[in-house]
Design a protein around this ligand. Structure first.
Ligand code: ATP
Ligand code: FE
Ligand code: MG
Length: 333
């Protein structure tokens, strides 16, 4: 099958073309990070307007890179949710138009299913698996009994891990997004600050607001006393506690459930500290290639290709779902 996929849930507009689940013919990503940087975060109205402006060019470039004609396309996959409503609409509208014009099925994909199936591009997922989803909006443990079966067994009670990184980054006056910057700083620092360990309760759930607040308070107190913060050491201390909590919960859950593999997914799967911690797991952990960690359409094409095989098609009158639930996307439901 040849699947054309569109991802536009946040501030990236991306189009990918994937053949036979593994052969990536194109993956064009137009990022707006430089625009949103000046505001310290994504401005939804600007994101959707910029998507409208660039969607045709991104699509044209993907078709050019893939060197195929539109008639070669078997289905159109698109992110249905979750995400920013205005941003999602732009991709959905384009996908519906293409599906109608080419007379091929439309496949509405859950954004997190996409992040998970990014691991199927250069690797193959073995079931039963446990997905550790760590992104800007999600921190979840997802049990996958089989292909496209999602059971959320743990989640965050407050901030997602990526969100906590970005908020800490903002307080330390680092460029947006703070995640990759703090990761780099952490590797140049020492764990010298004593920070609270988040939700160490034996459950599969997470909570990062206490840890985040502890870092923020530390910075405010230092500012008041006109003291300097050792930024690299603070980054290292924050990363150590955060990633130790996440990796130990994931490894415990994987052991309890008897899974074959831990599949790490989402933007924070790029984190070096997390990759190092998971390398010590007795259950093999697989990570997406760095270039497919943050938002891109290749991952939506990867999930869409599996859905195509299961004939999980959408009708042309579906709408975007900003609060789409992953468990509702399981095959056979
Ligand atoms: P979601 O996928 O939950 O809807 P999103 O699409 O906004 O959220 P992603 O694009 O998956 O999130 O990931 C972006 C997040 O990943 C940001 O919060 C960013 O700071 C974080 N991130 C990226 N690289 C790293 C890294 N090396 N270390 C820590 N965080 C990182
Ligand atoms: Fe994402
Ligand atoms: Mg993003």
């Amino acid at each position: 099958s040849t699947i054309l996929a569109i991802e536009s849930s946040c501030d990236e507009m991306s189009v990918a073309i994937l053949r036979n689940e593994k052969e990536l013919l194109a993956n064009v990503v137009a990022s707006q990070i430089d625009i949103h940087k000046q505001y310290g975060g994504v401005v939804p109205e600007i994101a959707s307007r910029k998507h409208v402006e660039c969607v045709s060019a991104v699509l044209r470039e993907a078709l050019r890179q893939a060197n195929i004609t539109p008639q070669d396309i078997d289905a159109i996959a698109v992110t249905k949710g979750p995400g920013l409503v205005g941003s999602l609409h732009v991709g959905m509208q384009e996908a519906k138009t293409l599906a109608l014009a080419l007379n091929v099925p439309l496949i509405g994909v859950h954004h997190i299913a996409g992040h998970i199936y990014a691991n199927n591009l250069e690797n193959t997922i073995h079931y039963p698996a446990l997905a550790l989803v760590v992104s800007g909006g999600h921190t979840e443990l997802v049990y996958m009994r089989d292909e496209f079966q999602f059971e959320v067994i743990g989640t965050t009670f407050d901030d997602a891990i990526g969100e906590a990184y970005d908020k800490v980054g903002r307080v330390l006056h680092l460029p947006y997004p703070g995640g990759p910057v703090l990761d780099k700083m952490a590797h140049e620092g020492e764990v010298t600050y004593d920070l609270p360990r988040p939700l160490d309760d034996g459950s599969y759930n997470f909570s990062f607001s206490g840890l985040k607040s502890a870092v923020i308070n530390l910075k405010h107190n230092a500012d008041q006393r006109h003291e300097e913060i050792r930024g690299n050491d603070l980054a290292a201390s924050f990363q150590e506690v955060a990633m130790d909590t996440i990796s130990s919960k994931a490894i415990k859950a994987a052991r309890d459930l008897g899974v074959k593999e831990i599949i790490v997914a989402g933007g924070v799967s790029a984190n070096k500290g997390l990759r190092e911690k998971m390398a010590n797991s007795e259950i093999p952990a697989i990570f997406p290639p760095m270039k497919y960690c943050t938002d891109n359409a290749a991952m939506i094409a990867a999930a869409g290709s599996v859905m195509y095989r299961h004939k999980m098609f959408s009708s042309l009158d579906i709408s975007v779902k900003p609060d789409f639930d992953l468990e509702n996307e399981s095959a056979g439901k």
